[in-house]
Structure formats: C-alpha cells, structure tokens
Design a protein around this ligand. Structure first.
Ligand code: GLU
Ligand code: MG
Length: 467
C-alpha cells in the first residue's frame, strides 16, 4: 500500500534514515544514480536524476525542478495558465522510497516516482500523484472504500534502422501469432526477466493485433502504485527494447489508420476487504455501490476523455471496431463498449471482478486519469445512479431507437469536443483541483494549436515517438 502521507521538508519520520540505509545498499549493488520520475499534464514521462549518495538529501529536502513542466506540451513548447507556465519558482521532487526499484535493464540505475511540494512545504497543486492520493483519502473517509487498479500497456515495436521518424514494425507476423513469439522471443524473455527482478507482477505478455504490437498486463495494486507501476513498466519496456536495437512507441496511434495502443484501466472498489463488483444482487452480481460507481463513470465519459485520451492522436485510435470502446455503453465481457464488466472466473470472482475502462490510452497521465475515474465513480455512488440496459454485441450496430433507449452515444470524436465537455464538468475539475484542471485545458488547447491544419497522417507522425 502506498503511503498517503505528503512529503514534508526535513523528511517524513523515518524517511531519511531509511534513505541512508537504501543508499548504502544501492551503492553496494553498483547503483550509481536514481531516476526521479513523474508524468506531466501532456502525458510525457519526465525525469531528473541524482547520484545514489544524494538519496538521503532528496528524501529530506527534495530535488529542485521548475513548475513550468506542468504546462509543457508534448512537443516541449510551453503554454501558460493564471498560475503555471512562468519561468519563476521552484518545486521539490520527493522520491517515494516504497516504490524505489533497481532497474534491471539499466545497470547502474534505480528508479522512484516522486511527489512534488513547494519550497514552503505545501503540496504542489499541479501534482497529479498528490491529487490521486487525495481522492483515495476521500473515498476512504466518505465511503469507506479502497480500490485496486491495473493499467494495461500496449506498444508498437519498430526497427531502429528505420528512416528517422518512420515506424517500421519489427514483425508483420499474424496478430496474436506464435511466429511473433518466436521472432521476438529473446526480447520478450529479457522483458520478463527484468520485470521479475523489479517485482513487477506480470500476468501476461502477448503479441497484439497491429503489426509490431505487443501488450503486457500486471497485477492490481492500490491506484497510486498502479500508476507508478505503469510508468515503471514503460520505462522497462523501453530499456529492454533499446538493448535489442528496437524502438518503442506507446503513442495512441503510430499511423493515421489501423488499431492503436490502448491503456485500458481495470478498477475495482472494495469495502472492508470485500470486492463490491461481485456477489451482489444487481445485474451480473454487481452490488448496488459497484453499479452506481460504474454508472458514474459511464455518465462522465465524454468529459473524462479530455484526461484519458489527451492527445490529438488519441482520436485516431478512438474509432469503432478497434476495441477502443467509443460508445457510452456497458456490457458483460463486451470489447466494443466503453465499459466492460469483467466478472472473473468462477471460484476466483472475489479477487478478479472489476470494471474495465477502454477509452484510455498511454498519452494519459495515469495519476490524473485514475483520479478522474474514481471521482466520476464516487459521484455516481453519491447520486445513487443506476446503469441503463446493457449492450451485447457491437453498439455500432444498434438501431437508433434502441441506442437512444440505452443511452448509447458515440463518444467525442475530437479532442476539442472532449475539452469542451471537461470545461463544464465540476466533478472532474474539483477532483483535480483548479490549478491542475486549468493546466489540463491549457495544455489540450496548446496541443490542438500545435496540430491545426495537419492531416491525420501528420498528426500521427507528430506524436509517434513522444510517448
Ligand atoms: N488496441 C486496442 C485499443 O486500442 C485494445 C485491444 C485489446 O482489447 O486489448 O484499445
Ligand atoms: Mg490489448
């Protein structure tokens, strides 16, 4: 369980002693540097690094970094809000020692996610990891709930020898094909080895649908740890691929057409050690709270997209018939609805049952995305919402009357539509806090400006290697 306590100047009780012991242990293991990792509003994973000997000082006083990164665009241009984007000021990055991990595929390095606080010791209102801790605290206090989450990671593997900027898939063997496992066997084995060494609890890794595409899924954790793990998983995939002379893209779409990379979220709400998504008296064994939670997420999906599908390239992926879930619909094990109810296997339901959210990709900041999904679910719970009729089969095939009766609508087909929905959404904005919420709208508008006039091919190219 990730600690919910904010960092404080001088260090939380015990942190500095712990960091001293860790630094010694890491030095003995030939670890020379620590990667301090976070994800910005645009969804770009950014870092600072410190020598291992500086870990105790980082645990006590943090490491400096400008707040300007909260309004960086994916192309590193900077936009501004009322509070963010100025060259003034400094923040302190505090490594979370619970998540400190020796990087198996980058000898000499360890990795830790950070929380960001101000020089005065107050939480930085732009810190999405802090926002996620806050909503977890609120769920526990107001509803007695905890959550388990996991984020699937899909990626395209390309040849490093491809012309600059181009994507040439490392394999064009069939989707889910055994040939791919054979062709990429050495890479996949090294990836599994690195994940095991880093205690990333891999459930499975498989060749995915598109040319050069693979997917890894890891076990569930509390939401903050799940977001941390997704960042670490990506860092690891990239490092292992680099050692095999391969290029990695987590972009929602490497090309204008075809199946993209998703980052589906699996989420379950628990109370008193009991999974609320099974054993209840509602449809498919949902408890009333789990149904209300799912209904809350369903109701806010159009606005949620501004956070879960934050890139102009996200909308190249979000198309019908690509299992990306572009309709406001839910169904039991239905892969074309935005929400897929996963009941789990008989005998294993108490652990496995969950809600899968599909219209989310890996351009999303996982902390902000989980914050908003939980906020939407909690709002559904507070309002006692219920789910409309479920969808089986392809929601695109529903006749207009049935679709209307089930409240099945196409999700926003562009980032600008999603941002317009987000602007009006008090629940999501409140969950992020006004500073982060304004950063979201400013950064999304910056992205839209950056691609104005570009056709789909050029939009895909603009973000192909960013995430
Ligand atoms: N690649 C699909 C997406 O973009 C997901 C495929 C799957 O269900 O794993 O979301
Ligand atoms: Mg997949």
């Amino acid at each position: 369980m990730t600690t919910l306590a904010d960092p404080t100047p001088g260090g939380r009780p015990g942190d500095v002693e712990r960091a001293e012991a860790l630094a010694e242990e890491l030095a003995a293991r030939d670890v020379h540097g620590i990667v301090l990792a976070y994800v910005d509003t645009a969804g770009v994973h950014r870092v600072k690094t410190v020598p291992t000997a500086k870990l105790p000082s980082a645990a006590a006083w943090g490491v400096g970094m400008s707040p300007v990164f909260d309004t960086f665009l994916a192309n590193d241009h900077i936009v501004t809000t009322d509070v963010l984007g100025s060259p003034d000021g400094d923040l302190r990055l505090y490594p979370d020692l619970d998540l400190l991990t020796v990087l198996a595929a980058q000898p000499g390095w360890a990795w830790a996610p950070v929380d960001r606080i101000t020089q005065d010791g107050t939480p930085h209102p732009g810190c999405s990891r802090t926002a996620l801790r806050r909503i977890e605290e609120r769920a526990a206090l107001e509803h007695g709930l905890t959550f388990r989450a996991a984020i699937e990671v899909e990626w395209m593997l390309g040849l490093d020898s491809a012309p600059p900027g181009e994507f040439v898939p490392v394999t064009t063997a069939p989707a889910y094909g055994a040939t791919r496992q054979v062709e990429l066997g050495a890479f996949l084995a090294d990836l599994l080895k690195a994940c095991a060494a880093q205690e990333l609890d891999v459930d499975q890794v498989h060749p995915e649908y598109a040319a050069g595409q693979f997917e890894i899924s890891v076990g569930t954790a509390d939401p903050v740890a799940a977001a941390d793990r997704s960042a670490l998983t990506r860092h690891t995939i990239r490092a292992v691929a680099g050692r095999h002379g391969l290029r990695v893209s987590f972009a929602p779409a490497v090309a204008a057409t075809g199946v993209g990379n998703g980052g589906h979220v699996h989420l379950s709400a628990w109370r008193d050690g009991r999974n609320l998504h099974t054993g209840g008296d509602r449809r498919h064994g949902l408890t009333p709270d789990a149904e209300a939670f799912a209904a809350g997420v369903l109701a806010r999906l159009p606005a949620l997209l501004a956070v879960t599908a934050p890139s102009p390239a996200s909308y190249l992926r979000l198309k019908p018939a690509q299992w990306a879930g572009v309709f406001t619909a839910w169904g039991l094990e239905t892969r074309e609805t935005a929400l897929r109810l996963v009941p789990g296997t008989k005998g294993h339901r108490a652990e496995q049952a969950n809600l899968e959210v599909k219209p989310i990709d890996l351009a999303a900041n996982p902390y902000a995305a989980l914050t908003c999904l939980i906020a939407a679910g909690l709002d559904g719970l507070a309002a006692g919402r219920s789910l409309p009729q479920e969808t089986t089969g392809d929601p695109a095939a529903l006749d207009p009357r049935t679709a209307a009766a089930r409240e099945v609508r196409r999700l926003p087909a562009s980032l600008s539509e999603a941002v317009a929905e987000f602007r009006e959404d008090k629940v999501l904005r409140t969950a992020l806090g006004p500073v982060l919420a304004d950063a979201v709208t400013a950064v999304r508008e910056g992205e839209l400006d950056a691609v104005r006039g570009l056709d789909d091919e050029r939009i895909a190219a603009a973000y192909r290697w960013t995430y």
